[in-house]
Each structure stands twice: as structure tokens, then as C-alpha cells.
Write a protein that binds this ligand. Structure first.
Ligand code: TYD
Ligand code: MG
Length: 460
């Protein structure tokens, strides 16, 4: 009988130890070790192929390495392609993470059904073939899922997935999800750290050996990390995250790591009754149709990646009923809001300390662009004095601690887009306008240096 061995693994970084440790010597996290029974099973003949070295390569000068012209595979979905950096790179291993129910399976099945001229093998460890078919029919609606090039199979063992690949010879492999897959070479249950690590490594070898792109679905834990050790993120070429507020239909696809493209790009989708729809013009849902005379609203001209987005910021400032004022921010960093409020208090003389402040970014979207600062400050000011800001004004500037209005990146692109959409005025930092020809634009560019000036321009 094979000897039963157990090891302890760090759930953060996958560090392996033969005894339990309180603190991981690798990543320094406390209390992350858990025990797993690992029994090395003799590799079967089919799996031993998996363990062969990639190829016998010898070191050579970089000048002699021939750069292969990588032909990316377009997914047939512009938003997905954008996040990937222009399509799927052959031989790449892509991890798609996201909370349960956010739409990972839907996104990948929809891609599998619509990708032009490629054979796809969709392996699911979570759903039966009938369930996949039902979902596919739902996604295709009238047209029904009749694609001859989309193969589906319900399977949970890597060695058998390899057999299916030999048989089907797909151009792309989808595995939903890595937590349900196990390898016969180790004897621990699917979803355990050692299994996830081994399976990811096996898929990595498979992808590189056969130049077969593989899309893996990964679950996310409560605290927003990809379940399973961080090692997985080190192994794969791309880490994509699918996110969104459940209460809204909008979903965002971000790239957290991409060896073949930028990580700044995002893709936006809307979840509908028959699958995900691409949203190519995000401003359409981010700008709510509002009345001219509502106070507390301001529009920010932001950039996510290379794409301009106009986002509406709404605030409500009211007198605090209790001693400690309440602060709440939806879609915006809470500490940043506190900082902006402190600046407004100091510079504009408002007694915000005695007020409740609620902030909301329309559409349930989360932005990381600092250029949203000025719109946040102005929406708070507008609600505080109860005077509306015209919906035809927008803002693009960061704010400093002393109330100065600071320049932001690629302001020209923001102004061009604001002009195109039909805004009348855009407020930017005056330090942003050097060398920019203002006459080029139809809209009025208001250059400001400090927050007091903005306040006077809007409400005086
Ligand atoms: P799913 O792709 O199963 O999520 P995940 O794989 O990330 O766990 O998506 C499930 C949710 O999406 C579910 O709540 C139903 C909804 N949905 C739609 O609204 N429209 C659709 O066409 C489909 C297929 C799902
Ligand atoms: Mg799923």
C-alpha cells in the first residue's frame, strides 16, 4: 500500500511544509496553514506525457531567436478582445475570476458559441451536458445552439481532459472551473490547494506544448481573492476579473495581469435575459437622464484604460441627526472621500463636520481614475448649498490636500470626448492646458487652480 503522506500548505501563497506553522516563511501571513493528505500516485502512461520537458532547447543569443508572428485569435466579442489586448494569444493560459453568479460561465459559453471559425472544447466540472445545452439555447435564443464547432463535455479529471483534446483537437479549451478539476497524480480532493496547484501547472504545460489557448474559470473567496493559492496567478499568463454590482445588470471585465497586453483596459457588458450584451458606449448608462434642477449631481470625465467614460456622481449632504455624522460612499474610496471633505471644510469653509454625507457613483461602477475627485467635490458642494450644476458641465481633475486642482493624464482625449458627446463646459486644472490649442474644441474649457475658484464659477 502506498504510504499516506500529509503536508501543510499556506492558503495564501501555496508554500508547502511538513509540519504546521503559525506564520508562513514565504509570504509572512499568519494562520494560513492547513493540512492536506497528499498521496503521490504513480503516473499512468497517458499522464507521463504531461511531465515531459517542454522541448530540448539550448541557450542562444537573443538576436538569433526568431520572434514568431503571433496570430491572435479574435473572440468575436470586441469588449473581450480589448481586455485581452486584441484577442487570444495561442498557447496562453487565461484565468477568469469572479464571484459566484456574476456570469463567468455565461461569458465563456457565449464566446464559445459565437467565436468565428474555431473549434472549442468546453469542459465543465460544474454542470452536466444537458444543463450546458439549456444555457446555450437560452443564449442563442431564436437561433438555437446548433454550432458544430462547439464541443461540450462534463469532466473533472485532467488526464481524461487530455484524452478529449486528442479526440476533438480543439483550437481553444475552456475549463469551468479549476476548483472542480483534479489530477490523478495526486490523491487529494478537488479544490484543495495541492490539486489546484498541480492542475494549473498541468494546464500550463498542455497550453505551451500544444500551443492551445486555455481559459480557466476560478472562483473568488469572500474577501475578493481568487480562491486557491496565489501560485495560480503566478503560473497563468493572464488574470481577468469579472465583476459588477448584483443589483445592476452591468458587468465589468478587468485584466489584473496580462503578459500580452495592457492591464488598464476594461470591457463592459450588460447581463440580459438572453446573455451578455456588449456595451460599447458606456456613457449611455452612466449618465442618468436627469432634470436640470437637481442638486448634488456632477459628471466626471474619466478614462479607464484608453476609453473615456462619463460618470455621474451623486451626493446627499444633510444635517447630522446624531452626534457623529455618517459618511457613506458607493463606488468610491471611503478614505478618499473623507480626505476631500476635510479639504472642502478647510478651504471652502463649510461645516461638513456636522453633516451626513452620502456619495454614490451611478451605475454601480467602480473607478480608479483620480480625475473623478473634482466631480466628487463639486457634487458635495452642490448638495450642501442646494444649488444644481448644469448637466451639460463636466469635470476632470484631481484634488490636492491644500485644495489645489491638479492636472490629470491625457486631458486632451477627455476634452475631445466631452466635446463629441455635447457638453458645454469642462472644468480642468490650469496646469493641464500647456501647449493645448483650446480653439480646436467647440466646448468652453474652464481652467482652474484652486477649489475656491470652481465654487465661485458654479454657485456665485
Ligand atoms: P453564471 O454564468 O452561471 O455565473 P458564474 O458562472 O459566474 O457563477 O451566471 C448566472 C447568473 O446570470 C444567474 O443569476 C442568471 C443570470 N443569467 C442571465 O441573467 N441571463 C442569461 O442569459 C444567463 C445565461 C444567465
Ligand atoms: Mg459557473
Amino acid at each position: 500500500m502506498a504510504k499516506v503522506k500529509s503536508f501543510f500548505f499556506c492558503s495564501e501563497c501555496g508554500y508547502q511544509s511538513s509540519s504546521w506553522l503559525g506564520k508562513c516563511p514565504e509570504c509572512g501571513k499568519w494562520n494560513t496553514f492547513s493540512e492536506e493528505v497528499v498521496q503521490a500516485v504513480k503516473p499512468a502512461s497517458s499522464s507521463s506525457k504531461l511531465h515531459s520537458p517542454l522541448s530540448a532547447s539550448t541557450p542562444k543569443p537573443i538576436s538569433q531567436v526568431v520572434a514568431a508572428e503571433t496570430q491572435r485569435i479574435p473572440t468575436g466579442c470586441a469588449e473581450f478582445d480589448r481586455v485581452l489586448g486584441g484577442g487570444i494569444v495561442p498557447g496562453s493560459l487565461i484565468l477568469l475570476g469572479g464571484e459566484p453568479g456574476i456570469g463567468k460561465s455565461t461569458l465563456l459559453l457565449q464566446t464559445a458559441l459565437n467565436i468565428p471559425d474555431r473549434r472549442i472544447l468546453y469542459v465543465s466540472g460544474e454542470e452536466s451536458e444537458q444543463q450546458i445545452k439549456m444555457r446555450a439555447d437560452r443564449l442563442m435564443g431564436e437561433r438555437k445552439a446548433e454550432s458544430e464547432e462547439c464541443y461540450v463535455v462534463s469532466e473533472t479529471v485532467t488526464q481524461r481532459i487530455v484524452e478529449h483534446i486528442e479526440q476533438v483537437r480543439p483550437d481553444i479549451l475552456v475549463v469551468d472551473s479549476i476548483q472542480t478539476i483534479s489530477s490523478e497524480t495526486i490523491d487529494s480532493s478537488a479544490g484543495s490547494i495541492s490539486q489546484i496547484r498541480e492542475c494549473t501547472a498541468e494546464f500550463q504545460r498542455l497550453a505551451k506544448e500544444r500551443s492551445l489557448p486555455i481559459l480557466l474559470v476560478g472562483h473568488i473567496t469572500k474577501d475578493g481573492n481568487l480562491a486557491g493559492p496565489k501560485v495560480m496567478e503566478h503560473i497563468v499568463d493572464c488574470v481577468l476579473q469579472f465583476e459588477g454590482d448584483r443589483n445592476y445588470g452591468y458587468r465589468m471585465l478587468r485584466s489584473l495581469k496580462n503578459r500580452f497586453g495592457s492591464t488598464a483596459e476594461i470591457g463592459i457588458f450588460e447581463m440580459q435575459g438572453d446573455g451578455l450584451r456588449e456595451v460599447s458606449n458606456p456613457s449611455e448608462f452612466l449618465l442618468s437622464q436627469r432634470d436640470e434642477n437637481l442638486s448634488g449631481c456632477a459628471v466626471a470625465a474619466t478614462l479607464e484604460g484608453a476609453r473615456p467614460m462619463f460618470i455621474e456622481v451623486q451626493s446627499l449632504v444633510s444635517s447630522a441627526v446624531y452626534g457623529t455624522p455618517q459618511r457613506n460612499a458607493n463606488g468610491f474610496d471611503f478614505r478618499r472621500l473623507s480626505m476631500l471633505l476635510a479639504v472642502l471644510e478647510k478651504r471652502c469653509g463649510f461645516k461638513l463636520g456636522a453633516k451626513d454625507v452620502f456619495l454614490n457613483i451611478a451605475g454601480g461602477i467602480r473607478v480608479s481614475d483620480p480625475a473623478i475627485d473634482l466631480a466628487v467635490a463639486c457634487s458635495v458642494l452642490s448638495s450642501n448649498v442646494d444649488m444644481p450644476i448644469s448637466p451639460r458641465y463636466c469635470f476632470a481633475a484631481e484634488m490636492g490636500l491644500s485644495g489645489e486642482v491638479r492636472p490629470v493624464s491625457r486631458v486632451e482625449q477627455r476634452i475631445t470626448e466631452a466635446d463629441r458627446i455635447g457638453f458645454e463646459k469642462i472644468f480642468v486644472s490650469k496646469y493641464n492646458m500647456r501647449g493645448i490649442n483650446k480653439k480646436r474644441f467647440g466646448l468652453q474649457i474652464v481652467e482652474v487652480a484652486v477649489i475656491e475658484e470652481v465654487f465661485r464659477a458654479l454657485f456665485a
